[in-house]
Design a binder for this molecule. Structure first.
Ligand SMILES: Nc1ncnc2c1ncn2[C@@H]1O[C@H](COP(=O)(O)OP(=O)(O)OP(=O)(O)O)[C@@H](O)[C@H]1O
Ligand SMILES: O=P(O)(O)O[C@H]1[C@H](O)[C@H](O)[C@H](OP(=O)(O)O)[C@@H](OP(=O)(O)O)[C@@H]1O
Length: 298
């Protein structure tokens, strides 16, 4: 005879809860576009099966009145949101915020975001890395002052100095020569174009997890292109490396550029850079791009 006990439903749920272990609630605050691409049912279900409940934060209500959250994962900007996070942190000192606005702030400027790169020391030393030559141009006067250009050679990429996640912050241009300067709108960073075989490596870092993927990029530029004149001396573009919405176009590009055969950078090298950046930037969640200088073997 086997002993059996009959439990009421709530007791059964509480028993199952005890078996499942504690739940961990993660509140996420993302722009609609990012939420649609990131918070998929597959992610929500996988998280739930691992004891993590993903809960949407309503950015139009006080964050401190929502929750409770063990962790807040966010990618919103602006002083009001920063204030909300500050009040939330005061009320929930043990909650984890990924990532703190102060740590993210330096990524909103295309000069300060790269400053830590030059201080990194990565193994193996056989592989080198760095930042392409670049200058900051704050106004039109400096833009047309040849002296400000002496260290730079064309073609260059023009990037908005501010990198705040807005569509405007991704409005870039490839500038073949001086004829293309009058279309530029400071404040901008001008960075020497590096031929890199049309492939960019996007590296996603979550804590100690590092994932490197290949993405399409701008094709190489021939030396003769610097003679391009007039309006053709500047080629505007934006978010060329993002996952294409048009899968067919993406496949065609990969075929044309033969990207499938492009060798990935050594994982140890990429992890070294990721770990170095994580420590220096004090961030848990970020991504960065790597281009392989076509003049080097690696
Ligand atoms: N110095 C460079 N030489 C050659 N191509 C470059 C250079 N800098 C940027 N690019 C090209 O411009 C694209 C966007 O530049 P970058 O990645 O710096 O901006 P971003 O705002 O991070 O863009 P995204 O959000 O698409 O990653 C890169 O994916 C690459 O195709
Ligand atoms: O191809 P993905 O989606 O990884 O491209 C990212 C890109 O790498 C940057 O992370 C962008 O963030 P910001 O530079 O902060 O704008 C992402 O833009 P987002 O508006 O979708 O967050 C791109 O998706």
């Amino acid at each position: 005879m086997c002993a059996s006990t009959t439990m009421t439903e709530p007791e059964g749920e509480r028993e199952r809860e005890r078996e499942r272990g504690p739940r961990f609630t993660v509140g996420y605050a993302l722009a609609p576009k990012k939420q649609n691409s990131f918070i998929r049912d597959s992610l929500v279900n996988l998280a739930r099966s691992r004891g993590i409940d993903l809960v949407k934060i309503d950015p139009n209500r006080a964050l401190a009145d929502q929750g409770p959250f063990h962790c807040v994962l966010h990618k919103l900007y602006g002083p009001e949101w920063k204030k909300q996070l500050g009040e939330f942190r005061l009320r929930n000192p043990n909650a984890v915020i990924i990532d703190s606005p102060d740590a993210i702030e330096r990524l909103h400027n295309r000069i300060s975001m790269l400053q830590v790169v030059s201080e990194l020391e990565i193994e193996p030393r056989s592989l080198t890395f760095g930042i392409p030559k670049q200058i900051v141009i704050y106004d039109k006067e400096t833009l047309f002052d040849r002296q400000s250009w002496v260290a730079l050679k064309f073609p260059v990429i023009s990037k908005p100095l501010v990198a705040d996640g807005s569509a405007k912050s991704h409005k870039m241009a490839l500038v073949y020569n001086h004829d293309g300067l009058n279309k530029l709108k400071p404040p901008i960073v001008l960075q020497e174009f590096v031929n890199h075989g049309g492939v960019i490596f996007k590296v996603y870092v979550v804590g100690s997890h590092v994932q490197c993927v290949k993405r399409k990029s701008l094709p190489d530029v021939s030396a003769s292109s610097s003679s391009t004149s007039g309006d053709a001396a500047v080629l505007p573009f934006s978010q060329v490396s993002n996952i294409a919405t048009d899968k067919k176009a993406e496949e065609k590009y990969y075929e044309m550029m033969d990207l499938d055969d492009t060798k990935m950078p050594p994982q140890e090298f990429i992890e070294g850079i990721a770990n170095g950046l994580r420590g220096a930037l004090k961030l848990n969640l970020f991504n960065f791009d790597v281009i392989r200088d076509a003049r080097e073997s690696c």
